[in-house]
Ligand binder design. Structure first.
Ligand SMILES: [Zn+2]
Length: 294
């Protein structure tokens, strides 16, 4: 849903609330405090009175919108802007677009990222899966000789490693995990593969980093030699590299500097957009996640 549609469909606070109520309760309001569905609508502010525990509640209770002072239309606009920004959107930009303070923009975008990073019942990756790791953080000192920085594996830098696995194909999904430099050993990487990939239905492609050495003991595994510049048949890691390119353009171009504390949420945002790129109602899905019903 683009921002024009948001303005058209949700011109007033009441329109936003009706939409959230439909997504959260589908017509029968349920008390967030006691779970009862016996309620009486309160005329003002679109709240409900629980006939069981005698409290009143609105649809935003216990969601990312709880106790917000911001009009809900701005929240819906923020969701739309974040979902439509393929390379991410900075909170400064969001602040300008929504006409709110920069800190408010940052806070609501982190809440929305939180909703996007909720674990769903995800299936294991299958088919041809490309795996690679990348480093995110401050710019490194000048490389010693041209063209050789890709394989220095981030040593002597304070960058944070991110390990990714991407299924090839139009509907292929990505899993990416922020990790630590001392957790890139063979048993760490093998554990990540087992957690995310179905070994009986996949072929894993990686480069020749020694950490991937143990994978062939439990599943089909091919390696790509990046030093020799050719693609040997199917053996390439181009798909996962295009995901890294997108993520890095986002981090460098939009977020400028992401602290390692929040890096996981930004990575989750990029995974979420990638995994839902064919989903016609990614907006509805995100709102459902924000309301805790997806
Ligand atoms: Zn109640």
């Amino acid at each position: 849903m683009d921002i024009i549609e948001i303005f058209k469909r949700f011109p007033q606070q009441e329109d936003c609330i009706s939409y959230l109520e439909k997504v959260r309760w589908n017509g029968s309001p349920k008390c967030p405090y006691c779970g009862s569905t016996r309620s009486t609508p309160l005329a003002n502010e679109q709240r409900h009175h629980c006939n069981n525990c005698n409290t009143s509640y609105s649809v935003t209770v216990n969601t990312i919108f709880h106790q917000t002072h911001l009009p809900l239309q701005k929240w819906l606009l923020a969701v739309s802007l974040i979902l439509n920004a393929k390379k991410g959107i900075s909170s400064r930009q969001l602040a300008r677009d929504l006409d709110v303070h920069r800190n408010t923009a940052w806070r609501i975008s982190m809440k929305i990222r939180e909703a996007m990073s909720q674990k769903d019942h995800r299936e294991l990756l299958t088919g041809i899966v490309e795996m690679d790791e990348t480093y995110i953080g401050p710019r490194k000192p000048r490389r010693e000789f041209p063209g050789d920085n890709r394989h220095d594996r981030g040593h002597c830098s304070n960058k944070t490693p991110v390990v990714g696995m991407v299924e090839r194909g139009d509907y292929g999904e990505v899993r990416a995990t922020v990790t630590k430099k001392d957790q890139l050993k063979a048993h760490d990487l093998s554990a990540l593969v087992r957690k995310n990939v179905d070994p009986s239905q996949s072929l894993l492609m990686t480069d020749q980093y020694a950490g991937y050495g143990a994978i062939s003991s439990f599943m089909p595994h091919r390696t790509v030699n990046h030093q020799v510049w050719y693609v040997d048949g199917d053996a390439s890691t181009n798909t996962v590299e295009s995901f890294w390119a997108l993520l890095k353009r986002g981090i460098v171009g939009q977020f400028h500097k992401v602290s390692s504390r929040h890096l996981g949420k930004y990575v989750a945002e990029f995974c979420y957009r990638w995994n839902n790129r064919r989903n016609a109602d990614i907006f509805g899905l995100t709102i459902a996640k924000a309301l805790g019903v997806a």
